[in-house]
Design a protein around this ligand. Structure first.
Ligand SMILES: Nc1ncnc2c1ncn2[C@@H]1O[C@H](COP(=O)(O)OP(=O)(O)OP(=O)(O)O)[C@@H](O)[C@H]1O
Ligand SMILES: [Mg+2]
Length: 225
């Protein structure tokens, strides 16, 4: 059913500063959307608000028909754990766990880590990181870490994948691997992807680009096919 945003406002502080200004748009299931804009234009704020990690100030966000600001805590956690995957600019892997254990963290919450170990190993193989399976995140490269983080985000086969500058700290080879993974899960698994990026080249590979200027939509374009 996708994401339906109406008159979304987000302010911070007292007196309030408006960071997202009266945004309305719709994201259909299966879309791959890149969000671009200058530093401070509100990209991360938009991503966190849409993905329920940050509350909105006013307006409405419906995810699969559910008004997310009205979800109770338990429901919200379930919603996140089962339907959403997150990839951040900085990876937030747990330093004391091995990479395989890190990927299995979302499964542990619902006691499914044994059942999903095969899936995790399959993702590692797909992402060419099997060799780091038993290492801790501190002992592998940034590109490998980001792929571990993406595998963790995809373990529960989320319908929605939210990524904030997933290639932000990566060299071009690692970035290309990340982009290919995104293109593949979007095509093959029909995962809906929202990706914040500074990189116009990567943004151009998404099916749609939304450009923000000062918390407002500057453009919203589909890719010509
Ligand atoms: N927790 C917060 N408290 C107060 N102001 C905030 C908070 N988070 C973001 N802002 C402000 O909101 C505006 C938008 O920030 P946001 O992080 O969404 O920008 P961005 O487009 O992601 O920038 P960048 O490309 O640098 O990551 C900025 O002016 C920022 O200072
Ligand atoms: Mg940001």
């Amino acid at each position: 059913m996708g994401i339906l945003v109406k008159n979304l406002e987000k302010s911070f502080g007292q007196p309030p500063t408006r960071v997202l200004k009266n945004l309305s748009f719709e994201i259909k299931e299966g879309e791959f959307v890149a969000i671009t804009g200058r530093s401070g234009s509100g990209k991360s704020t938009l991503l966190y608000t849409l993905s329920t990690l940050d509350p909105l100030t006013s307006g409405s966000i419906k995810l699969d028909g559910k008004e997310i600001s009205k979800l109770e805590n338990v429901e919200l956690h379930q919603f996140r754990n089962l339907r959403m995957g997150f990839v951040f600019q900085f990876h937030y892997l747990l330093p004391e766990l091995t990479c395989l254990e890190n990927i299995l963290v979302p499964a542990r919450k619902t006691n499914r880590h044994e059942a999903l170990e095969k899936t995790a190993l399959g993702l590692m193989e797909d992402f060419e990181i099997t060799h780091v399976k038993d290492k801790v995140p501190g002992k592998i490269s940034g590109g490998e870490r980001q792929r571990v983080a993406i595998a963790r985000a995809l373990l529960m086969k989320p319908k929605y994948l939210f990524a904030d500058e997933p290639t932000g700290n990566l060299d071009s080879i690692s970035s290309e691997k990340v982009l290919r993974i995104f293109e593949r899960v979007n095509k093959k698994d029909k995962t809906t992807i929202l990706m914040v990026t500074h990189d116009m080249g990567y943004a151009g590979r998404a099916g749609r680009r939304i450009g923000l200027v000062d918390g407002e939509i500057d453009f919203d374009r589909k890719r010509k096919t």
